[in-house]
Design a protein around this ligand. Structure first.
Ligand SMILES: *Cc1c(COP(=O)(O)O)cnc(C)c1O
Length: 374
């Protein structure tokens, strides 16, 4: 059994995909080919945004937005303590300081009350200027943007949606990657919409901002003269082959969201009452980047992982270490006990196999072995 089955998906779309990729190779427009603009148009329409700017990966997507917003030294950027490292790494990269915020243990997303506390503490300390909050749509479920915006508006923060795992999910009827001032996603192969290498995208409704993002993406170039560099940018393009792959994957994406949901429903029905099952809020849908349960202790989790491994059932721990305890952020002074909900999640969470080609029989097998191991 595989944790994420990309082979099954490839079989589904092979005929068209092979042809499209070979067409790109034969056509010779490896960078900025027509597939890229076709994809950007399609993704913007899909999420309900005016502009989509593709780029090299989901980490660069976040960096490019922070650069466009002029974030730098002395600025505080609020990020959930429980996320992939990149969400906070990009903040440090542009010279600003990440300020960590605890999560809602039921959804694993940023907790608005903790955000308010963190902003107020930062203001009181007076060393950093609160500028941005980056909610993450963790495991596929959008964060609670109404609650985040209530705090953001009060303190004049911009909101950047890290939708690397969220693409395909919805919040109160609106699609992920349309929920904040700017939004980003990642096309890393294991994400809900993944390519066959690295890729990412940024979404915005502002034409001026889209132009700025496009300029930063290619060495800060002047849109009318590429050898006139008007600002410091970077080199972060999505290549044409990856755009061709993503266009083919978009053909089956909605169908895959349905089968992911069926797999999640099946897990939840079979596991309810045995372990803590993930909560999707009433007005949300998840793209189920991960199906993550919680156990009662690290010891119980270790036991479950070992027993499932004996049955060739792979599991993953996303994430074993909170950001405030990462070695790279040691200088920020984080201590064990600072963020109790995040630490509880890190100690007890376990992600089970999840992909669109997982059927009820496979889910039942996983759940049976899991229950036996408790
Ligand atoms: C994967 C991921 C990223 C980074 O995306 P890459 O394409 O790997 O650079 C950023 N944030 C979150 C939450 C992610 O899961």
């Amino acid at each position: 059994m595989q944790f994420i089955n990309l082979e099954a998906q490839y079989k589904e779309i092979k005929e068209k995909l092979d042809k499209e990729v070979l067409d790109v190779i034969a056509g010779g427009r490896y960078i900025n080919g027509p597939n890229v603009s076709e994809l950007e148009k399609r993704l913007a329409e899909y999420v309900g945004r005016k502009y989509c700017v593709t780029c090299g990966n989901g980490t660069d997507a976040l960096s490019i937005v922070l650069m466009a917003w002029g974030i730098g030294k002395g600025d505080a950027v609020f990020v959930p303590d429980f996320t992939f490292f990149a969400t906070a790494e990009v903040v440090a990269h542009c010279g600003a300081t990440p300020v960590f915020v605890d999560i809602d243990i039921n959804t694993f997303n940023i907790d608005a009350a903790s955000l308010k506390d963190a902003v107020e503490k930062t203001v009181k300390e007076g060393k950093l200027t609160p500028k941005v909050v980056i909610p993450v749509d963790l495991f596929g479920q959008p964060a609670d943007y109404d609650e985040v915006y209530a705090v953001a508006k009060q303190y004049g923060l911009k909101v950047l949606e890290d939708g690397a795992q969220g693409f395909g999910g919805t919040y109160k009827g609106r699609k992920a990657c349309s929920l904040a001032d700017a939004s980003t996603t990642s096309f890393f192969p294991s994400k809900p919409l993944g390519c066959y290498g690295d890729g990412g995208a940024i979404f915005t409704d502002s034409e001026e901002e889209a132009l700025l993002l496009r300029s930063i993406r290619v060495h800060g170039s002047n849109p009318n003269d590429k050898y006139d560099n008007v600002r410091i940018g970077l080199n972060s393009r999505l290549d044409t082959v990856q755009a061709a792959v993503l266009n083919c994957k978009m053909d089956v994406f909605d169908k895959e969201l349905v089968t992911r949901q069926l797999a999640a429903d099946c897990y939840s029905a079979l596991l309810k009452g045995y372990v803590e099952i993930p909560e999707v809020k009433k007005d949300n849908t998840s793209s189920w980047a991960q199906y993550s349960i919680r156990l009662t202790s690290p010891e119980q989790r270790k036991e479950v992982v070992a027993k499932l491994k004996e049955q060739q059932i792979p599991t993953m721990i996303y994430y074993p270490c909170p950001l405030h305890l990462q070695t790279a952020f040691k200088s920020l002074g984080g201590q064990v006990g600072d963020f109790p909900k995040t630490e509880l999640a890190c100690n007890t969470i376990l992600s089970l196999p999840m992909h669109p080609y997982l059927n009820d029989r496979m889910v039942a097998t996983i759940c049976n072995h899991l229950k036996k191991s408790l």
